[in-house]
Write a protein that binds this ligand. Sequence first.
Ligand SMILES: Nc1ncnc2c1ncn2[C@@H]1O[C@H](COP(=O)(O)OP(=O)(O)OP(=O)(O)O)[C@@H](O)[C@H]1O
Length: 253
Amino acid sequence: MSEKIIEIKNVHFAYEHQKVLDGVDLTLLKGEFLGIIGPNGSGKSTLVKLMLGLLKPLKGEITLFGEPVRQFKTRSRVGYVSQKSNSFNRGFPATVREVVASGLYGRLGLFRRMKKADWERVDQAIEQVGLSPFAGRNIGKLSGGQQQRAFIARALVSDPDLLILDEPTVGIDVKSVEEFYQLLADLHRNKGLSLVLVTHDIGVVTTCVDRVACLNKRLFFHGDSQDFREHQHEILSAAYGHEIRVIEHHHHV
Ligand SMILES: Nc1ncnc2c1ncn2[C@@H]1O[C@H](COP(=O)(O)OP(=O)(O)OP(=O)(O)O)[C@@H](O)[C@H]1O
């Protein structure tokens, strides 16, 4: 059987008195690409923070690479790009190379000097996301889509086995979004990376990912994207609470 990268069992969570997650069970196997969808405020980012051990469940268990997440120490195995990564101040004084290098600090310790081999890894990660021509440019002087690629490179520089992306395409134009999904599909296919993508783009989950989780406090669906496609109308109406029309996207990945 494939290795379980993430296992979430009967997880409940509340902020003060507001119940946000109610009995969620979810598994991510090695090499899987999971898309998490759900309406605004349905608990997606909270679930991601629980997966990362940044929040503690009220009830239930979460393991990462087979270890209880709160005790998990090998942080470099997990790359995380949060929703807010790209709300960067235009004047922020760091180059793409420096921002990407900061992804190694967790492993190296903030004050250890970067060696030549470390800078080579940085440049390799920058190349992987197609940003080599911008490596020396100030991060604030890139477009939103390019900045997002820089944050992916920062998450990739420690060579993680798992990449978690929380709504990474907010505020990015259609063409850059297409390229971005292409990049994720390549990483998934060619590097065997396990991926979790939180998105509002239902078209993407029906075309790019292997597995879909549809959340609104509890899971309304967790299964293969093919099954999701066949039943998406019922699943989405149940989870979003009203009839929604899915606009078909054709992502060429
Ligand atoms: N730090 C917090 N303190 C109190 N309530 C919070 C906090 N973070 C989120 N919430 C509330 O918990 C609920 C779930 O929020 P969460 O961010 O997990 O949803 P989401 O599905 O990621 O939403 P969106 O799609 O809008 O980003 C929301 O009602 C939100 O207002």
